[in-house]
Ligand binder design. Structure first.
Ligand SMILES: *Cc1c(COP(=O)(O)O)cnc(C)c1O
Length: 446
């Protein structure tokens, strides 16, 4: 079969898929259904049965400019022909240099060094390694623990799992392979409400008691994503920055979901006017076209790492700095730098507020919340993802609930009519819900 034929052939072997392919967080016994996609353009996915779905997920926070954007596609096509990949050990190339320059310019002043990683989870691993090596280089090798908060989500690799929510996450499944970290209660004061300073007591005490062991605080700024879609108060974040300074602890911000405009600011930390020592980026970094992540750090962190006994930073994946991925990121960030996202996200936010507000009156809705281009209906108990997924597909939208949450984070380019179709579908499904009484033991991020 020639490649053109393959591209035009919409047939997807669903039986083979079911029998042989793992999908995220599924069982091979009775896998959740997987719908076949043949193409996507703008904010629409085309299924293999010809149906078109409006995308409410941005493919998990990533596809902020919509699908098949001509700038990103043509940049990637040219780069593929010129240099798809080359090892980064001992070699460099324009896409990596150009991307690093854009990232250093875009992020806060302190962040000057860029490590290019292959996925978000790896960016988190790299950040944690940097923090530990930093303290080795500053003659405090006992600083090895990470302090974080409950309800967080930072990825699925072992170190990343160790800082995910201890109940919703996977801590108990793998025994000692998952390092024990320090967990403070999740932030409680909500984003736009008054700040209750009392909530800082437990975490302040943890700093006080354990700072000699704490290498870094690691947290998702302002929005906790896959751990529960919670929006917390910026003062919590600025207080953390102060505690880190007071107790000589690094601050790692995981902006993998919040970065590049999603919460209404370019980065979540801008809501609190603070700077990180180490910053993790991913997901929307390439506009959702190909996997790439980055871990940025300050001069001070980079110097400490380089002063460590190893003398070098101990990480270097095969596909580090992949030119194709860097090119997608450059094209995506050029679009971000045109600043259209600001109006788009502001518009999405006000429309979500207006259209979702009355859902709070539905029997099973316990909370409605909106921040930036994120809209959440929290339900009174765990949802049946497969069943609801089918209802959403029948309504012509792609929305994927998890745990007890029906939520959307659409591409910034969505039109108001398309957004209304999403909010209508959310409300329709939420209002017609009949809920099972049990709660599942683990939150599935899928
Ligand atoms: C998705 C996510 C990760 C993990 O990124 P992957 O690319 O899926 O490995 C880490 N942190 C946060 C906040 C995320 O949302």
């Amino acid at each position: 079969m020639n490649s053109e034929k393959q591209m035009n052939n919409p047939f997807i072997d669903h039986d083979f898929d079911k029998e042989h392919l793992w999908h995220p967080y599924t069982s091979m016994h009775n896998p959740l259904p997987a719908y076949g996609v043949v193409s996507a353009e703008g904010v629409e996915l085309t299924l293999d049965n010809g149906m078109k779905l409006i995308d409410g997920t941005s493919s998990w926070w990533a596809c902020v400019h919509g699908y098949s954007h001509p700038n990103i596609v043509s940049a990637m096509q040219q780069q593929t022909a010129q240099l798809s990949h080359v090892m980064f050990g001992g070699l460099t190339h324009r896409p990596a240099v150009e991307l690093a320059r854009i990232l250093v310019d875009m992020t806060s002043e302190r962040l000057t060094k860029v490590f290019l990683a292959d996925s978000g989870s790896i960016a988190v691993e790299v950040a944690m390694k940097m923090a530990l090596q930093y303290w080795q280089g500053r003659d405090k090798p006992n600083k090895q623990k990470i302090l974080t908060v409950k309800s967080g989500y930072h990825g699925d690799t072992f170190a990343a799992m160790s800082v995910c929510d201890p109940e919703g996450g996977m801590h108990t499944m793998f025994g000692e392979l998952v390092t024990e970290q320090l967990f403070a209660p999740a932030p409680t004061s909500r984003f736009a409400e008054s700040f209750d300073a009392k909530e800082l007591l437990p975490i302040s005490n943890m700093f006080e008691d354990n700072h000699q062991q704490i290498a870094a605080v690691l947290i998702e700024p302002i929005m906790q994503g896959a751990g529960g879609m919670r929006f917390y108060h910026p003062e919590y974040l600025s207080a953390l920055r102060k505690l880190c300074d007071k107790y000589d602890v690094l601050l790692i911000l995981d902006e993998i979901a919040t970065g590049f405009g999603r919460t209404g600011k370019l980065f979540g930390y801008e809501h609190a006017n603070i700077e990180a020592d180490i910053l993790c980026l991913g997901k929307a970094l390439t506009g959702g076209y190909i996997s790439l992540a980055a871990t940025m750090c300050s001069d001070e962190v980079a110097e400490g790492v380089s002063d460590s006994p190893a003398g070098v930073f101990m990480h270097g994946p095969t596909f580090m700095g992949n030119p194709l991925a860097c090119t997608a990121a450059i094209a995506s960030l050029e679009l971000i730098n045109q600043q259209k996202w600001q109006n788009q996200v502001a518009h999405i936010e006000s429309q979500l507020r207006a259209e979702l507000a009355d859902a709070v009156n539905y029997t099973h809705v316990v909370d409605v919340r909106v921040l930036g281009a994120v809209g959440v209906l929290e339900m009174s108990s765990t949802l049946n993802t497969a069943e609801l997924q089918q209802q959403f597909v029948d309504l012509g939208v792609w929305i994927r609930p998890f745990s007890n949450l029906i939520y959307i984070m659409p591409p910034y380019t969505i039109s108001s009519e398309q957004l209304t179709q999403l909010t209508r579908a959310m409300k329709k499904v939420a209002s017609q819900l009949t809920l099972p009484s049990h709660r599942s033991q683990f939150i599935s991020h899928g």
